[in-house]
Design a protein around this ligand. Structure first.
Ligand code: ZN
Ligand code: ZN
Length: 136
């Protein structure tokens, strides 16, 4: 049994990883908000090689305000967003944490891009928060 598994709403796309995510963050940037339709996005980052994907995703490419090429992968049937790749983070894949089956393993370590959050979104005061993406 894989440590982590997940799927889209219709189940057409699924994935597994034997390793836990390297880190997880809540992202309040306007791209994540528009892409997910949610107030913010919780992203868990894995090594690309660790995540085995079943099913054919569709993708959308855009340029982030950092200048990075971003690829977002989603289910062509139900539209769930599952994965993201960033040209500045070679070899890493982000997984939209809402799709992870093992909910106890979704432990955001910080809030990022709080400068563009929806004002009413509450932040956990226990977690570090940054205006944009922290340097380290
Ligand atoms: Zn689906
Ligand atoms: Zn974001």
């Amino acid at each position: 049994m894989a440590t982590i598994s997940g799927k889209c709403l219709c189940g057409g796309i699924s994935y597994e990883s034997d390793n836990e995510p390297m880190f997880t963050a809540n992202c309040h940037c306007s791209d994540c908000r528009a892409a997910t339709g949610a107030a913010y996005s919780t992203l868990s980052f894995f090594k690309s090689d660790d995540v085995k994907i079943s099913g054919e995703t569709k993708s959308y490419q855009h340029v982030a305000d950092s200048g990075s090429q971003m690829i977002k992968r989603f289910c062509p049937n139900c539209g769930s967003q599952l994965f993201g790749e960033n040209s500045a983070r070679e070899g890493m894949i982000s997984v939209r944490a809402g799709t992870i089956d093992q909910v106890e393993m979704v432990k955001p370590a910080r809030n990022v891009y709080c400068g563009s959050k929806i004002p009413s979104t509450p932040l956990d005061p226990e977690l570090p928060a940054s205006e944009k993406m922290p340097e380290a």
